[in-house]
Design a protein around this ligand. Structure first.
Ligand code: GAP
Length: 516
């Protein structure tokens, strides 16, 4: 079905609301921008994503452990980490529309349009030359591609220089020279570019007691760094080892749109891997591959993921890449993998006066470990699963259905138990409840006896339940039930004794983890 991307995202958001996945926060008061609530089905999907991550990252790695640090931290944490001084976004306002934008994003969107032109050239050539097409050679020699690439490189370099040196006047000049207009109003009447710190602050203690300013953490990583020695010593961990955490983070994003892609309150799943200095780049490559595999194992389509290496590195990093996902609004960052050197631990040593080092008994020396970080947004993971799963289909009989083809182990419910008839006299509801009681130990189940069976199947399709188990008259005779498959609509008959085993084959978290 041809539809533009905005439409698709709107449809997904509408579906997510209608079926209890995601609601706008405080909707009865007209909502709060960029804050969302997860509903009864959303929370199940979200918890399953967390479980997939926690199992794969923590419980199945003997040298990685998890923590749950508090959101409030000593204010000096954020001075040491650089967030007080440098966690800024360059913002610019349009004087006519009064809309606020991130200056760097306006430039990046301009670059994305040039990249799209390159992609189009490649596609055209691919169609023309077929199997003989050599993409690498084409990219290295085609004059149009080279000209566009040169333009991209120039713009990138100038933007990076302006941001790095704080020459925000030149960032504004760049926007004007490129003729970038307000995407909403088309106006080019811009204010100066200003830096805007993204941390939310609040007061700790009452004012009379001399309240002090503290921050809501903008990343979970710092809770890991300040606990490095606590965990290392109490867990007798040996480098290389990792500390992982899932938790809320808060950023006062200038532009917070695109549904749950960019929020002001969100969740991160982060892991800091502590290694010997000099070994970080090898681990960085390993973690890039391992994280990509974790994503691709979900089976949403390998072509939906790609790496995007950072050319302009943050001052503390010596390598960084994003795993991008093909969201309805195009390829965007889903996860970051960063080689953070010893920047954070050293900074905390300096600001706290405490040593944050590992004693290597073989070499008989202490060192500050280097860190490779993997950081994925839980809400973005949710959006990646939801948007890849959302499918509108026309069936063979001409009817339409909207189905969420969520990977079975992540689906809110793995099984729906449906007696064909609602009437007690039929004996079917009692039998169905018996089966439900047994299945509930292993699966999250729904029980539904209302409406015709076809309607009930559609309801389960809409929330992504991979299997419907139907109890009919034959069940009472021979102890068999039908299992209906969400994706191919096939139905098989199995004996109740085999039911659990059959359902587990594809819906258990184990079945997913074994594919890693
Ligand atoms: N500790 C490193 C760090 O925080 P980041 O690239 O700023 O790195 C990591 O964030 C991930 O957190 C991103 O890849 C994204 O998935 C998620 N994330 C960041 N800002 C977000 C926001 N405003 N809303 C939702 N997710 C966000």
């Amino acid at each position: 079905m041809a539809q533009n991307d905005d439409n698709l995202l709107k449809k997904i958001a509408g579906h997510a609301k209608e079926y209890g996945f995601i609601f706008q926060s405080s909707e009865i008061y007209d909502g709060l921008a960029a804050a969302y609530d997860y509903g009864q089905n959303g929370v199940e999907l979200k918890n399953n994503i967390k479980q997939y991550w926690w199992k794969a990252m923590v419980q199945m790695n003997e040298n990685i452990v998890g923590i749950d640090a508090s959101i409030f931290m000593h204010p000096t944490t954020w001075k040491a980490s650089g967030h007080v001084d440098a966690f800024n976004d360059p913002m610019i306002d349009n004087k006519d529309s009064k809309k606020r934008y991130r200056a760097d994003v306006l430039v990046e969107e301009y670059i994305a349009k040039i990249e799209a032109k390159i992609d189009k050239e490649v596609e055209k050539a691919q169609n023309r030359f077929g199997d003989a097409f050599d993409k690498a050679q084409f990219l290295a020699t085609n004059p149009n591609v080279l000209r566009n690439q040169e333009k991209i490189d120039e713009i990138n370099a100038r933007l990076a220089k302006g941001l790095d040196t704080g020459d925000l006047a030149d960032v504004k000049a760049l926007i004007e020279e490129l003729g970038i207009a307000d995407p909403v109003s088309g106006s080019k009447n811009w204010t100066d570019v200003r830096q805007f710190n993204l941390m939310f602050s609040t007061e700790l203690g009452s004012v009379a007691d001399g309240a002090s300013k503290i921050y809501l953490r903008p990343e979970t990583a710092q809770g890991i760094f300040v606990n490095f020695l606590n965990v290392q010593k109490s867990g007798r961990m040996k480098v290389p080892f990792g500390i992982a955490q899932i938790g809320k983070a808060f950023r006062n994003e200038i532009i917070a749109r695109q549904f749950i892609f960019r929020m002001r309150e969100f969740e991160q799943m982060e892991m800091q891997f502590f290694v010997k200095p000099g070994e970080e780049l090898a681990y960085y490559e390993q973690w890039k591959e391992r994280r990509m595999k974790w994503h691709q194992t979900l089976g949403l389509g390998a072509e939906k993921y790609r790496f995007h290496d950072h050319l302009n590195l943050a001052h503390y990093a010596n390598a960084a890449a994003d795993i991008q996902f093909d969201f309805p609004m195009g390829f965007k960052e889903l996860e970051g993998i960063h080689s953070r050197t010893d920047f954070d631990l050293k900074a905390h040593e300096e600001h706290s006066g405490k040593k944050l080092q590992f004693f290597d008994t073989v070499e008989n020396e202490s060192f500050v470990p280097y860190v490779v970080e993997t950081s994925v947004g839980l809400d973005r993971m949710f959006l990646s699963v939801l948007s890849a799963a959302y499918t509108e289909e026309i069936l063979e009989d001409g009817s339409e259905r909207t189905v969420l083809k969520i990977p079975a182990p992540l689906a809110p419910y793995q099984v729906a138990v449906l007696p064909l008839l609602k009437k007690d006299e039929s004996g079917l509801p009692q039998k169905a409840r018996e089966i439900l009681a047994e299945l509930q130990y292993d699966f999250n189940c729904q029980y539904d006896e209302k409406d015709a069976i076809g309607k009930r199947y559609r309801r389960q399709d809409a929330i992504g339940t991979p299997y419907c188990v139907t109890i009919d008259h034959q069940t009472l005779e021979d102890n068999t039930v039908t299992i209906r498959d969400r994706d191919d609509l096939s139905q098989i008959r199995v004996s109740i004794d085999e039911l659990k085993g059959k359902l587990k084959e594809t819906t258990s978290m184990e079945s997913l983890l074994r594919r890693l």
